[in-house]
Write a protein that binds this ligand. Structure first.
Ligand code: 5GP
Ligand code: MN
Length: 320
């Protein structure tokens, strides 16, 4: 931590980025670190090679997040990659990383490839935000209400509302400390969970009705075509939580969402709920990664090809 503090002090330009398909933890950690480092260095930029889902617009710092094209060609003294298991997850951000002098990789994914010059990886952490909390504190920087809000968003969303394995006493102690800054908890919950569109709920109903169950009732499959998203007129991030409904069915060991992403690409999202069902290992068969009970991958294939491959590979992962 001393080394990191020294590097930060010696850096005149700092970039912070996170993964494509941004979620609460990637956005929360990026914005929290951005705000905190601005206490020390004016030349700090947060950028991402994707569109921020609108539901995070309520975070006041989100309007300062730049696009990759805004930083293209710049050289940074210091580059932070947050919540990102590998370089590919940075999208074009990986190119900006190559132009930087020192890369710091901060993450909690077991599949992290340690691509940084400095790698701070804690697979027991509920979220990257939990790690960012400790880093900000250790550097003696202040966690104000705005920073606390970002960290809280990351912890709440990445822990499945405090449901998942890596929620520890430390997680709750951190949240207790965040709450001392008087964060607007109800307002955060409203923004994250209670302003869904009617269309997204209709889409949920449709998807549950058309859910497919394979492998003797052990594998739940949601197949989402681009046409379906168009029909319901919803953004891709409204699909994010669908897979959890499949996971939560009694007898289902693995749930998967396969979402068409244009030009012959399919995004896979896997979930499990049992300690002996490791969907990270399953995702790795598709060159993806993540956590034991939540993982993902990107395939170059049609939806039907993806479906066949997933059923074939999932056979050896479900319980007999
Ligand atoms: P989600 O299904 O919510 O998109 O992702 C679940 C978990 O899997 C997250 O922790 C995420 O970082 C990881 N993940 C999702 N997609 C990919 C991917 O394409 N590659 C890798 N390495 N990890 C992924
Ligand atoms: Mn995360």
């Amino acid at each position: 931590m001393n080394k990191l503090a020294r590097i930060i002090s010696n850096s005149n330009s700092i970039a912070i980025t996170s993964h494509i398909d941004p979620d609460g933890d990637s956005i929360g950690s990026m914005l929290a670190l951005w705000s905190a480092l601005r206490q020390k260095c004016r030349n700090v930029e947060a950028f991402i090679d994707d569109v921020l889902p609108r539901k995070y617009d309520f975070l006041p710092q989100s309007k300062y997040v730049k696009k990759y094209k805004d930083v293209e060609g710049k050289d940074f003294d210091l580059f932070f990659a947050l919540d990102c298991g590998n370089k590919a997850r940075l999208g074009h951000g990986a190119e900006a990383m190559e132009n930087s002098k020192i890369v710091v990789n901060i993450d909690h994914h077991i599949s992290n490839t340690e691509f940084g010059d400095i790698n701070i990886i804690d697979i027991n952490s509920s979220s990257t935000c939990e790690m960012i909390y400790s880093i900000i504190k250790d550097m003696g920087l202040i966690i104000d209400k705005q920073i606390a809000t970002c960290i809280y968003v990351g912890i709440v969303t990445d822990s499945g509302n405090f449901m998942y394995d890596n929620v520890t006493e430390k997680t709750h102690l951190i949240v207790a400390d965040l709450m001392k800054t008087d964060i607007a908890k109800q307002d955060i919950i409203y923004n994250l969970y209670q302003k869904k569109s009617i269309n997204s709920l209709r889409f949920l109903g449709y998807s549950l009705t058309n859910m497919d169950v394979e492998l003797g009732g052990r594998l739940a499959i949601f197949q989402i075509s681009s046409d379906l998203l168009k029909k319901f007129n919803i953004p891709g991030d409204d699909v994010e939580s669908l897979v959890n409904y499949g996971r939560d069915i009694e007898g289902i060991d693995i749930a998967v969402t396969m979402m068409e992403k244009g030009d012959n690409k399919v995004k896979l999202s896997f979930r499990s709920k049992h300690d002996d069902i490791d969907v990270r290992a399953l995702a790795q068969l598709f060159n993806g990664g993540g956590h034991k009970k939540a993982s993902g991958a990107m395939l170059n294939s049609t939806l039907d090809e993806a479906r066949n491959q997933v059923i074939e590979k999932a056979k050896q992962f479900v319980r007999r």
